[in-house]
Design a protein around this ligand. Sequence first.
Ligand SMILES: [Mg+2]
Length: 404
Amino acid sequence: MRIVLHIDMNSYFATVEQLANPFLRGKPIAIGGSVGTRGVVVAASMEAKQMGVKVGMNHPEAIQVCPHLQFIDGDPTKYQFITQTFIDIAKRYSEYIDVYSVDEVFLELTDLVPDIQGAIHIAKLLKQDLANEIGSYLTCSVGIARNRMMAKVASNMKKPDGLSIIDETNIKEVLDWIELTDIPGIGPRLKVRLFDMGIRTLSQLGNHPVTNLQRVFGPNYGTMLSEMGKGIDHTTISHISEVALTKSMGHTYTLKQDTYNRDEIYNTILKLGEKVGRRLRRDHYQGRMIWVWLRWADFSGTNGRVTLKQYTDNGYFIYKVAVSIMEGWDFPQPIRAVGVGARLLIHQGKQLPIFEQDKKQHRLQQAQDAINDRYGEFTIKPARIMHTGLTRKIGGFKEPHQFK
Ligand SMILES: [Mg+2]
């Protein structure tokens, strides 16, 4: 049985600001959302959250719920420094690590500790290191469970400064009471669809006939949902040597006009996905985490990501995964820009395809790359994106943080 630990920093950007400036401690502060800008709050301190300030609010909304809110400009250099320290500390405890975001890390502790008690011990040591080397003002919530998904659910159960465990003794209860949307991969839109099918809890999702889920959501996604409902997640965590931990390859594109049109968005994502695949293959990388990002008309945004069981450099596959993530999303506003990319990259680790179908796909891709190398990008391309006019103006996109 596996043991996975998830660490999530609490109110990260805002707390880092309070850590750096003692005069801000104990006060409601917000990062972003300054007056006169179209920007929105990107992070709020614990004190601000208690007053009802939420990420995504604009200036008037935030001031309305919290009149004394102080707005601070974000300082990426500061956050990068702390994140790098955080990753370095986490790496001491396991060589199997996924850096999920600037303030979240998964560690595989299987074979390193004999049991859950051993993992609790590691969690305490880790928290102590973070307090000593970063500062005790910044706290984190830790979740320990039998897989990644449930470890993340566990760390979310108690904030701030929590330590929660989900194992055989309490998993049934947890699946009964946590919100469907507490599971990464189930968004509000999907929740509504599941409600319509009479599924209101994860247990009900797990007990629902898998054949029915497969019929409604497709064979892969249906199976995945059924496993989610049972608290099953087979996603592995890579060895540190295999992965460029925080390197990301992706592309973003600002649409000519804001739109609600899902087809248009998906076509754009297909094209961006093809470009990402092409860049991965050219630089001899494969990625295992696919991320997708949307910016709404008011410049706020949303994002999601999925860690795959295997590495990929296939643009069409990247597109399929990105769309499966977005299927669960509502579009409360028209969309202004989209982005898609891959992380958890492995260099030169290319596995040659084993199955006939994959081999065919591989040869097709090689031929396509050869033609495009010679005659220019998108000389040959999927028919679906023939009439999308976005060959130009696609810039390389890197996450703001680039860590070792
Ligand atoms: Mg956090």
